[in-house]
Design a protein around this ligand. Structure first.
Ligand SMILES: Cc1cc2nc3c(=O)[nH]c(=O)nc-3n(C[C@H](O)[C@H](O)[C@H](O)COP(=O)(O)OP(=O)(O)OC[C@H]3O[C@@H](n4cnc5c(N)ncnc54)[C@H](O)[C@@H]3O)c2cc1C
Length: 399
């Protein structure tokens, strides 16, 4: 018989203390909610404070970090695009949350959650060190537990829950190349001292795209980040998409709280939360619904675009027509700034919704096709008909 933790009406439970879970916990704390509990199965990994690392976030993730109030701190630090980066970023989140919202946000490390009951809003938490288990009954469960989410595994048992997972024929393996005295290629070979050993021993990770819908059930549960939509890593957007989810959900909660406040008090609510806000089932249900509608089409769009990007990178880079189109695209970006923007630019350096980037990307493709279809692939790309390009951009891309 499991021990049952007291039912506490203020509790928000977040399964998974990764980037999405931590960022959301902080924003909920900032909103004035209290008793926010984040359960993370891994231990807290200490990070040497003197370490310098490079930033690998795009403007999408940055927007969320600004809302959290952590961007200034992160801006001066650089993060390599490796697993280590995630630990460093998570550690920043933990210490920031402890410093600013220590009363409201509690982290439970080495605590795995399982046996989620979506209707009862309960789960079992297990302390990895002691093996002790306890049943937790909560107000709402936020599944931020990554691509292989246990919360989602429970949700897919609900009637009419859509779910798909598809694996690429390629897999992923990390090989470490230590920093050399400079970055030119002749230096690389001697640095690959462990190449063969690493290749043999490092784990091979499958590359999976996971889609599911809906992302919530009443006010009981919601999925965020990779738990809601795992994508393959070829655009470097998974973390950015996860942080976009967090900001969207935070904004939806804010909007629904304001509406609720107006309804009950007849007064206009200020655009920030007041401290000491209480959990309201109605608000959470509406916010979850709005958030999933806002984010689903964009998350599908990025999932599709990443696969396309992989095909381009692996199959088409040597293709003469593809190379020519890329050169013409660069020329158009240079000659028609702000009017012709490549899909890559929209995804990686803007906060344009992914679904809009996909739409524009399709139009860009047709423009490039029109401009290159009658030309010899060997001819100079700068000979492209710029008047025709101007006309096509006006006709197809001007809103
Ligand atoms: C090879 C590779 C390279 C990538 N490169 C980039 C990049 O350059 N830029 C980018 O934007 N994205 C990148 N990503 C994607 C990015 O890492 C993820 O999209 C992002 O980490 C998702 O955040 P999350 O919080 O949703 O999930 P996660 O970061 O996976 O966090 C989930 C957390 O939940 C915990 N957890 C899981 N199950 C339980 C449980 N039952 N109980 C308690 N805790 C649990 C896990 O320990 C984990 O800490 C890359 C991914 C891969 C695989």
């Amino acid at each position: 018989m499991l021990e049952v933790e007291d039912i506490n009406n203020e509790t928000i439970s977040i399964a998974g203390g990764g980037l999405a879970g931590n960022a959301l916990a902080i924003l909920l704390g900032k909103s004035g909610y209290s008793n926010i509990n984040v359960y993370e199965k891994r231990p807290r990994i200490p990070v040497a404070s003197e370490k310098v690392f490079t930033m690998a976030l795009s403007s999408r993730g940055i927007k969320t970090l600004k809302e959290i109030g952590l961007f200034e701190e992160i801006k001066n630090i650089s993060i390599p695009m490796r697993g280590r980066m995630v630990h460093l970023l998570n550690e920043l989140f933990y210490s920031y949350a402890e410093k600013n919202f220590g009363e409201q946000v509690n982290f439970h490390f080495e605590t795995r959650c399982q046996d989620f009951d979506i209707k009862e809003k309960s789960f079992t938490k297990i302390n990895n060190k002691t093996g002790r288990s306890k049943k937790v009954v909560t107000n709402t469960i936020i599944g931020a537990d990554g691509a292989y989410s246990s919360v989602r595994n429970q949700m897919i048992r609900l009637p009419r829950q859509e779910y798909s997972q598809s694996f690429m024929s390629h897999a992923y393996k990390e090989i470490f190349i230590p920093a050399g005295p400079n970055e030119v290629f002749p230096d690389v070979h001697p640095l690959l001292t462990n190449l063969y050993e690493d290749f043999e021993t490092n784990p091979t990770t499958p590359l999976v795209t996971i889609k599911t819908y809906p992302w919530s059930y009443q006010s009981n549960v919601a999925l965020i980040g990779d738990a809601a939509h795992a994508i393959v890593p070829f655009f470097g957007q998974g973390m950015n998409a996860a942080l976009e989810d967090v900001l969207d959900l935070y904004n939806c909660l804010k909007e629904m709280n304001e509406k609720q406040q107006q309804k009950t008090n007849g007064i206009v609510y200020s655009n920030t939360f007041t401290n000491g806000i209480t959990f309201d089932r109605n608000v959470f249900e509406k916010a979850y619904k709005q958030y999933q509608v806002n984010r689903k089409s964009s998350s599908d769009a990025i999932a599709e675009m990443v696969i396309e990007n992989f095909v381009e990178m692996s199959d088409k880079v040597m293709d003469k027509l593809f190379q020519r189109k890329k050169k013409v695209e660069h020329l158009l970006e240079e000659k028609f700034p702000q009017r012709y923007i490549s899909r890559y630019e929209l995804i990686s350096f803007s906060t344009t919704p992914y679904i809009e980037a996909q739409r524009v990307g399709e139009i860009n493709k047709s423009i490039l096709h029109e401009l290159t279809k009658d030309q010899d692939t060997e001819s100079d790309p700068s000979n492209v008909d710029l008047d025709k390009a101007d006309e096509l951009i006006k006709k197809l891309l001007s809103k």
